[in-house]
Design a protein around this ligand. Structure first.
Ligand SMILES: [Zn+2]
Length: 385
């Protein structure tokens, strides 16, 4: 599909009601209501705190695709993208008709509504649902497993978001989007099933490389049967992990939202028009692996001891829920030599001491928008574009 065409689709179908990082049931309720007249919207279970878990089912074709988003409650970018996708799918144009005539798509937009409300990765029992695929101790895990068993998908899309720390390979390139065709055995063998997932990723990667060259990574593939993707792969259903990542100054994750939308459209269109045999998987193996090489901010060439050695002060933004929005609080992570790391924003202290706002020497764990450098306030506060 042509990039200009994909971009037009996004502009036309972007769901304007969803924006920034904090997305929970209240935000999607009116959208579900709107979709009820166009497709099947059902409640398939309840969360720990008795909140509804929904599915939206659309299409009449034999190829079945199951997607779930916000298994981790604070990973909302892919939820925005699935509602953009749904707007496209109900629009009855050439692309949506081709997809819906050959595919049936079932989407769980928020699998972990309690985590979404609290803006946490974990559910209300403080369990990471992506480590509960075997034990099924949580209601949300059982809902997903039941849905999988009833629907019997041919492909699964496991939709997540990743932190700002990742580079694509051992480079200074951001991992704006990452994928994984999870392993299905401890030896990480490239099985026929994995090859099908890899083929889909190869197609999405080819589209993204034209727009964000070298900013696509492969997530860590160490086998862990407790992860949902790995478990579903062991059932021989090709499962693709999507990770919406960081793009320069896109802390609201509105830029990467479009890349996720495009990836969903391109891969569904590919499934609709091709037999995914797994034969075209090879280019997947050339996508670099994610590395943890980024901090949000680094203050380089600083001192924390008079006449002491030069150090780098690394800062990560802590995402905090404040009312109905997520704010970013700078926190000093490490004070060390960080030569082989990169930052989304850098300052050069040129050998000066760095103080807290109370005129103490800065320390690891210090949280504040401001530090003092050369008797002046230096703001580390995130300025969102
Ligand atoms: Zn996640």
């Amino acid at each position: 599909m042509q990039i200009e065409f994909l971009k037009t689709l996004f502009t036309k179908h972007k769901e304007e009601a969803l924006y920034h990082r904090y997305i929970h049931l209240k935000d999607i309720a009116p959208l579900l209501k709107k979709l009820e007249s166009e497709c099947d919207v059902s409640v398939i279970g309840k969360s720990v705190l008795n909140q509804d878990i929904h599915t939206i089912t659309i299409g009449n074709g034999p190829k079945k695709i199951l997607m779930w988003s916000q298994m981790h409650g604070n990973e909302s970018t892919t939820t925005k993208a699935v509602f953009d996708l749904l707007n496209l799918l109900i629009s009855q144009n050439e692309v949506s008709n081709a997809i819906l005539n050959t595919c049936t798509i079932k989407i769980i937009p928020i699998l972990n509504p309690d985590g979404a409300k609290a803006y946490t990765r974990i559910n209300a029992n403080e369990v990471d649902l992506n480590r509960d695929a075997q034990n099924l101790t949580q209601p949300e895990s059982i809902v997903l497993k039941d849905c999988f068993e009833r629907f019997k998908p041919h492909f699964c899309y496991n939709l997540h978001g990743q932190r700002t720390i990742f580079s694509a390979g051992n480079t200074s390139n951001l991992a704006t989007v990452s994928f994984l065709a999870p392993a299905q055995d401890p030896d990480c063998l490239i099985t026929d099933n994995r090859k099908r997932a890899m083929e889909l990723i190869a197609v999405m990667n080819a589209n993204l490389q034209q727009q964000i060259p070298n900013q696509v990574g492969i997530y860590d593939d160490a086998f862990n049967i407790n992860c949902v993707g790995d478990t579903f792969q062991t059932y021989n259903v090709p499962t693709v992990l999507f990770e919406a990542g960081h793009y320069s100054n896109d802390y609201a994750r509105e830029v990467v939202r479009e890349y996720i939308f495009q990836s969903l459209v391109v891969s569904l269109n590919y499934i609709a028009n091709n037999t995914v045999s797994g034969d075209a998987y090879a280019s997947y193996l050339h996508i670099p692996e994610n590395q943890k090489l980024f901090y949000d901010v680094i203050i380089k060439n600083a001192r924390v001891v008079e006449q002491g050695e030069l150090v780098d002060i690394t800062v990560q933004y802590q995402e905090r829920l404040q009312g109905e929005s997520v704010v970013f609080v700078p926190k000093i992570e490490k004070i060390t030599k960080a030569n082989s790391f990169y930052a989304h924003k850098s300052y050069d202290a040129k050998g000066s001491l760095v103080f807290t706002i109370d005129n103490e020497i800065v320390f690891e764990g210090y949280e504040n928008d401001l530090v003092i450098l050369n008797n002046e306030k230096l703001s580390l506060k995130l300025i969102e574009s």
